[in-house]
Design a protein around this ligand. Structure first.
Ligand code: KIV
Length: 275
């Protein structure tokens, strides 16, 4: 059964919500089969898959390409298209059109956008166009330069109050959930208590209504950097490296392909070939 935004809203206070990123068919299929509530086609694809140094370097073309692969695989989870920087912060007037493309072309269920100066206006316009929006406050990687870099946000009363106000404003506009990224646990707990929609934390402590991680981080598939808030549940890089090394050795030593990997032909057919 497909998870709806009503299911996500209703879960608040009853059960913890789960969310992971996916950018392709095989991983999306596994995450869906594991019963994760929400799959985010995140712009983190820039860092963990495309080898770029900033999420601002992916655009609509890349995001739609990945989102289409994910939605082909998913049967149950709510699929969230992460709006890339250019799609609503650079080309502000194109934001509704771009949000619609995630739904109509890539079959996503909803979109997510990060907090920025004009966030409320853009969020309001997208919601008015009939598209459900997940907010994202705290550390917002697309505008990291403007908020002092990749740092925990809301560490003094003034900054924390701003985050609380942002969450209340996004709730008032009709967002169905809000990601809190790199926020002190006590501030995340206050926000979670103050709003009626679910908070989904990443580096925001255990009081949030749900948790999200970048799948490549928690599966050990991204080796360049591991943030403090990540728990690695498995080290797939090691397994992949071992598998690839074993294949190389087998090929070099004539052990692969073996008979069971090989197609045969009857000797009488070989005998008919012109000599
Ligand atoms: O793009 C992403 O992966 C995200 C998560 C960190 C929430 O926005």
């Amino acid at each position: 059964m497909k998870i709806t935004i009503d299911d996500i809203r209703d879960a608040k206070g009853k059960r913890k919500l789960t969310m992971l990123t996916a950018y392709d068919y095989p991983l999306a299929s596994l995450i869906d089969r594991a019963g994760i509530d929400m799959i985010l086609v995140g712009d983190s694809v820039a860092n963990v898959v495309l080898g770029l140094d900033s999420t601002t370097k992916v655009g609509m073309a890349e995001m739609l390409h990945h989102a289409k692969a994910v939605t082909r695989a998913v049967k149950s989870a709510l699929v969230i298209g992460d709006m890339p920087y250019e799609s609503y912060q650079v080309n502000r007037s194109e934001s509704v059109k771009n949000a619609k493309r995630f739904i109509e072309e890539a079959n996503c269920d909803v979109v997510k956008l990060e907090w920025f100066d004009d966030c409320l206006k853009v969020t309001e316009e997208i919601i008015k166009a009939g598209i459900s929006v997940m907010g994202h406050i705290g550390l917002t990687p697309q505008t990291a330069q403007q908020i002092g870099g990749f740092k925990v946000q809301g560490k003094d009363a003034g900054a924390a109050q701003k985050l609380i106000n942002q969450a209340l404003d996004l709730e008032r506009l009709g967002c169905f959930a809000i990601v809190l990224e790199c926020v002190p646990d006590k501030i995340a707990a206050i926000i979670t208590e103050k709003i009626k929609i679910p908070t989904i934390g990443i580096g925001a402590g255990g009081a949030c209504d749900g948790q999200v991680l970048v799948a490549h981080d928690m599966l050990g598939l991204f080796e360049r950097f591991t943030p403090k808030f990540v728990k690695k549940y498995v080290n797939l890089s090691e397994h992949i490296l071992n598998g690839v090394k074993a294949y190389k050795q087998d090929v070099e030593n004539g052990l692969f392909p073996a008979k069971e990997h090989t197609f045969s032909i009857k000797q009488e057919e070989i005998d008919k070939l012109k000599k």
